[in-house]
Design a protein around this ligand. Structure first.
Ligand SMILES: Nc1ncnc2c1ncn2[C@@H]1O[C@H](COP(=O)(O)OP(=O)(O)OP(=O)(O)O)[C@@H](O)[C@H]1O
Length: 234
């Protein structure tokens, strides 16, 4: 059986105008084509500055591409995020596209358990207790001590915050998951847990597109590498 196509980038280009350099343009992505299917994990590889994070930000619609299309399978139809309205982008993020970076956006005074449970509650269909139970299970697997669950994560260590962020990013089954170095400061045991969680997400049908600088992690999670090169400044 052929896996379902979930994301297709066609002839994608992105350049930045450098205002402090008299409007010079920096070409970061050009003529990029990429197809991502359900169940695969494509890892972007290439030197620093090749545009890996920029590509993920374009797919998540933080940046609008300068050229080309970002076709996403959303609610059984195709949508080009390059042309989507802000309302459509929000709906795609709520139901289809997850994004996990290495940084947790801390919400003051909200306890860890509720920060992790929130995306599931927003989706609806589960009770507060069910969402908290699922959040607790994930935090336990990621070795976040139970004594921390009822505290806001603002004072947690970098690695603890990163694990809270991963739990929040993975609590909802997402058709497409974007990962920007989510394991950057995790120890080997916790990296292994994340690799396991990603393989469960893939088995459940998620299509994963990510950046992992750690070679061991890359080898463990990637079903395919997508090499990228830095372009010359225009
Ligand atoms: N908002 C922006 N404005 C101007 N230039 C930018 C912007 N975002 C990224 N760039 C430039 O685009 C290029 C690619 O950056 P990007 O962060 O995508 O690379 P990367 O491959 O993810 O690098 P690394 O592996 O070091 O994280 C860099 O030269 C960077 O300075």
């Amino acid at each position: 059986m052929t896996a379902t196509l979930m994301l297709e980038l066609r002839d994608l280009g992105k350049s930045f105008e450098l205002h402090h350099q008299h409007g010079a343009r920096l070409n970061v992505l050009s003529g990029m084509n990429l197809r991502l299917h359900a169940g695969e994990c494509v890892v972007l590889s290439g030197p620093s500055g090749a545009g890996k994070s920029t590509l993920l930000r374009v797919v998540y619609a933080n940046y609008r591409p300068s050229f080309g299309a970002v076709h996403v399978r959303h609610a059984e139809r195709w949508l080009d995020l390059a042309k989507a309205t802000p309302h459509e982008v929000l709906d795609v993020r709520r139901r289809t596209l997850g994004y996990v970076s290495q940084f947790l956006r801390v919400i003051p005074r909200v306890p860890t358990l509720d920060i992790v449970a929130e995306p599931l509650l927003q989706m609806g269909g589960v009770s507060l207790e069910q969402a908290r139970e699922r959040a607790g299970n994930l935090l336990r697997r990621l070795n976040v001590p139970e004594r921390l669950w009822h505290l806001p994560p603002g004072t947690f260590s970098g690695g603890e915050q990163q694990r809270v962020n991963i739990a929040r990013g993975l609590i909802m089954p997402r058709p497409i998951l974007l990962l920007d170095e989510p394991t950057a400061s995790l120890d080997a045991d916790n990296r292994a847990v994340v690799a396991e969680l990603l393989s469960e997400a893939r088995a459940a049908g998620s299509a994963v597109l990510g950046i992992f600088h750690d070679e061991d992690m890359r080898d463990r999670v990637a079903t395919r590498l997508f090499p990228m090169q830095a372009l010359e400044a225009a």
